[in-house]
Design a protein around this ligand. Structure first.
Ligand SMILES: C[S@@+](CC[C@H](N)C(=O)[O-])C[C@H]1O[C@@H](n2cnc3c(N)ncnc32)[C@H](O)[C@@H]1O
Length: 332
């Protein structure tokens, strides 16, 4: 029940996330036994690369603590929807947190929102929507795949989210969402041929301020959806691709050319400033002389370091490659 009611201490029947490593996370249910692949009940002992964990031993421990395994340790985490996305059992392709964040933000989904979704798939997005709408909102989610619907109902219920979601087995192309009727704050589509469901989306969503989002993996689908949206009279249609760009900042040496003539009056003052700096040629980084830096607080020290760095670079007229900084974008 841990998804719905935050608590610090792990209880029996909670869902928890076991963090063994950055690419080694698992969702566990804190129950005395589980079904094995033959359908028989067996003691709930979880095997990791660092050995076994008796899952019921987690009861009474605080979320965030390290737990002992037979040959190492792991950390037990509270199950956020982001961690669920990383660990859930896949029945379909799923949406990941980068897209989910943009979808929830652009659809303006928040506490009390009424949302229609199709298809439910593996429930990755659904969990994030359910957290966002809170106890006062509601999610109507549909999928035409019977088994996926059953699994989703069972997961939402085990996660304590059953009250705020209605899961329906339906083909939204023919039957629509069976909900909303002009009162939904938002409609979300993650289906092949979403343009076939758009007229139902328009019927479900509020005429004043309602929002519709369709997620498609290829541009041909995007194009058809945009044309269908236009012909249905939808306003402010935008298409987004969400890419994460990591930025890496590194220090490196570059040649510096002087632009200050020798007779510049303030050039002599530069020496005072640059005395504060020592250039460590071994690791190619700037170091502050601590005897002088001690008199400034952190922010001033940073500013002084930046200013000194600049002037120091100017001062080192004609010298080779002692000091320099470069930032670079890594688009990998
Ligand atoms: C890619 S999955 C959705 C994944 C989901 N967004 C998630 O994050 O887990 C697409 C789902 O749409 C369902 N689907 C496809 N066409 C449908 C239709 N016409 N009506 C209802 N569900 C449909 C499929 O059964 C599948 O489960």
């Amino acid at each position: 029940m841990s998804f719905a009611n935050f608590h610090r201490i792990i209880q029996k029947n909670d869902t928890v996330v076991l963090y063994v490593g950055i690419d080694n996370l698992y969702t566990l249910e804190v129950t005395p036994s589980i079904k094995n692949k033959h359908g028989s009940d067996v003691p709930n002992i979880f095997q990791t690369v660092y050995g076994a964990l008796r899952v019921m031993d987690l009861v009474g421990k605080e979320f965030g603590t390290r737990v002992q395994l037979t040959r190492g340790w792991a950390t037990v985490l509270y199950p956020t929807s982001e961690l669920w996305t990383l660990t859930l059992p896949h029945r379909t392709q799923i949406l990941y947190s980068t897209d989910i964040a943009m979808i929830i933000g652009r659809l303006n989904i928040g506490p009390g929102s009424v949302v229609c979704e199709a298809g439910t798939g593996s429930g990755s997005l659904s969990h994030a929507i359910l957290r966002a709408v809170g106890t006062t909102g509601h999610l109507y989610t549909s999928d035409f795949h019977e088994e996926r619907v059953k699994t989703a109902v069972s997961e939402f219920s085990r996660h304590g989210l059953g009250e705020r979601v209605t899961v329906s087995k339906r083909d939204v192309f023919g039957e629509g969402f069976g909900a909303g009727d002009g009162s939904a704050d938002a409609v979300f589509l993650d289906l092949p041929r979403p343009w076939l469901a758009l007229h139902h989306a328009v019927n479900a969503v509020k005429l004043t301020g309602g929002r519709i989002c369709s997620f498609s993996p290829c541009i041909e689908q995007v194009s058809k959806s945009c044309l269908a949206m236009e012909s249905l009279g939808l306003q402010t249609i935008t298409t987004l691709e969400v890419l994460v760009q990591e930025m890496s900042v590194r220090h490196t040496d570059v040649p510096v050319i002087s632009i200050v003539p020798d007779n510049t009056p303030w050039k002599s003052q530069l020496k005072d400033v640059t005395n504060v700096l020592q250039c460590n040629n071994n690791n190619k980084r700037l170091k502050l002389d601590t005897s002088q830096a001690d008199t400034t607080d952190g922010e001033e020290a940073n500013q002084s370091s930046e200013m000194s760095d600049e002037k120091s670079a100017v001062e080192r007229t004609g010298s080779s490659t002692e000091v320099g900084m470069e930032t670079s974008n890594n688009t990998a």
